[in-house]
Design a protein around this ligand. Sequence first.
Ligand SMILES: Nc1ncnc2c1ncn2[C@@H]1O[C@H](COP(=O)(O)OP(=O)(O)O)[C@@H](O)[C@H]1O
Ligand SMILES: [Mg+2]
Length: 374
Amino acid sequence: MAELEPKKIISLMSGTSCDSIDAGLCRVNPDLSCELISGINYKYPEHIRAKIFQLFSGDASIKDVCQMNFAIGKCFAEACKVLISEFGKPDLISSHGQTIFHYPFDEKIDNVSLKSTLQIGESSVIAYETGCPVISNFREADIAAGGQGAPLVCFADDRWFKGKNVAIQNIGGISNVTVVAKDIDTFGFDTGLGNIMIDYCVNKYYGQSYDKDGRIAASGNICESWLDCLMQDEYYFKNPPKTTGREYFTKQYIENALRFAPKNSEDIIATVTALTAKTIASAYERFVYPITSIDEVIIGGGGAYNTTLMNMLRCYLPKHIVLKTHEDYAISNNFKEVMAFAVLGYCSYYNIPNNIPSCTGAAKRVVLGKITAA
Ligand SMILES: Nc1ncnc2c1ncn2[C@@H]1O[C@H](COP(=O)(O)OP(=O)(O)O)[C@@H](O)[C@H]1O
Ligand SMILES: [Mg+2]
């Protein structure tokens, strides 16, 4: 194996919230520690973002998918160029891409598995536009090995937090947890909704894209009967490994749920915010505490900035657990996933296996990611 050297990597991520392309210039070291040198949240042009939501809605053709693969690749390249103009070219680019479909189910036709996932943002466009090699398409190799292709950030969490007893909870569009503890193999899964339903309702009732700092939720009351009803969804009862996405928590899903919502809009926002907090706490009760005790929950992702959500989580978690954010560990909440994908890209470059089978359900450890030459 080639001798490992530190690498400068621009890492690119756009999550299910589709709020921005998060681009970070990172330095990844041979011990897989990672420093963020600079990060930007590059907004998609308005009509491109609308087209992505059209892909999410299922109301799109193969032509749309084909076109958007190249258009998103161009947007990702533009985000890179902002960093390159200030800091020069990195050694490589690590691009997660934009997930437009994730199908982690064991469904078969003619005994052939349909388990699959699709992240777009053409790597050839990014490589051509920037002149840098690009690592992309991380999830496919894990699915090929029988896994769900997610969650992948657990690999970095395992490296960064080993030796502690913690749950590392990302609250993006979807929420996912990594559990790192002394006497067990690191494991993780998606706990369910993160910000998708909050954003949808805030948009529907207030015409805003998100509930800044959780102010609307703070002004409403939780409707306990509706919350109980929402908590009964079968996803929350499924055993890990499990992952989910917008294919499950669709616009239709949310609209169906809203048929039973309270009248007052503030109460709706308060209740869907409580749903995210309570499903996280109940996932720990069902799937984490029976396996290991934890001392801390470390929050990351955009949900960390929703003060009401954080306060609710504090109420639902057992009192002895300390609630922190990544910032308490000098890791940006905003760029944590970007840093994790820089580490995943570094491993791909050096052929180091970078999935964790106890998180994804894969049959074995494999090297994730494909390389596109500059
Ligand atoms: N200041 C804030 N107050 C409340 N919510 C926020 C704030 N900043 C970000 N968010 C929420 O976080 C979401 C983005 O989180 P992110 O971690 O980027 O998710 P994803 O990985 O799905 O893109 C936004 O859509 C919004 O709901
Ligand atoms: Mg985002």
